[in-house]
Design a protein around this ligand. Structure first.
Ligand code: SAM
Length: 237
């Protein structure tokens, strides 16, 4: 069975968008995964196709209606796939969640617009809430594309060399080491000598040291977790 994504949206024309080019696009063309959109407006109950209404309790903006969003969710075949709501209030998306999703049959994505969707659908349909970061986008479509892209590149055969995946940032709980390629000298800057030494063990050690240093400097949260996993008391910040 191919990994399949269904996206519930009021902007179906945004898809496949960037997912239709490069690695994910090639894999889509080769049916290594599948993508369908489902227009939430199909479930609108008035002739204007409205999917939203004013917020109960007052306040700015509009809220997507529970009955309409639920009808869209219920119209899609589940096939054991999790139903994910893209929302800044969700749990932060991680490489670990991308790996879990890639190991499953696919996912159904609900894309919010306006102020978001009525809480009763989230509760009533037991939606998994995922955020792609601490900032607010105007809709869930780009956020769902980011999750789909991160998952699709983990599917078997999508990225050529599978070692390039296992060494990437976050896979070992660390940021990746820096990369270099030809020319040997660029604007007076040389490739670190060790990388051209041909000494594989020293290169591995150098890369690990770089990963540790970068993680410690830039991501104290990951660094603490890594130290804990390796039985080291976390550094005081
Ligand atoms: N009122 C909401 C809040 O303050 O949490 C923001 C709504 S936002 C303007 C509209 C939609 O964009 C959301 O319902 C969600 O689907 C999507 N969205 C915005 N930022 C997101 C993020 N960081 N991660 C995932 N989805 C996001």
């Amino acid at each position: 069975m191919t990994w399949s994504a269904t996206v519930l949206t009021i902007q179906p024309d945004m898809f496949p968008g960037p997912l239709g080019v490069s690695l994910s696009g090639k894999a889509l063309a080769e049916s290594a995964w599948s993508l369908e959109t489902h227009d939430i407006r199909r479930h609108a109950t008035n002739r204007y196709g409205s999917v939203d209404d004013t917020p109960a309790g007052g306040g700015p903006g509009m809220v997507m209606r529970a009955d309409i969003v639920a009808a869209a969710i219920d119209a899609v075949e589940r096939r054991d796939r999790p139903v994910i709501l893209m929302t800044p209030r969700g749990r932060a998306f991680t490489q670990a969640r991308a790996r879990e999703l890639a190991a499953g049959p696919g996912a159904i994505f609900v894309c919010g617009r306006f102020e978001g969707i009525d809480q009763r659908v989230i509760d009533g349909r037991n939606l998994e809430e995922i955020s792609i970061g601490d900032y607010v986008l105007s809709g869930g479509e780009l956020a769902s594309m980011i999750v789909i892209d991160a998952v699709v590149r983990l599917l078997p055969g999508v990225v050529g060399a599978s070692d390039s995946l296992s060494e990437e940032s976050f896979e070992q709980g660390l940021l990746e080491y820096p990369h270099y390629t030809r020319p040997q000298v660029w604007e007076g800057r040389e490739i670190p000598e060790i990388l051209t030494s041909g000494h594989h063990k020293k290169i591995r050690d150098w890369r690990l040291a770089q990963s540790l240093e970068l993680t410690k400097l830039r991501r104290p949260d990951l660094w603490d977790a890594w130290q804990r996993r390796h039985g080291v008391a976390p550094t005081k910040h």
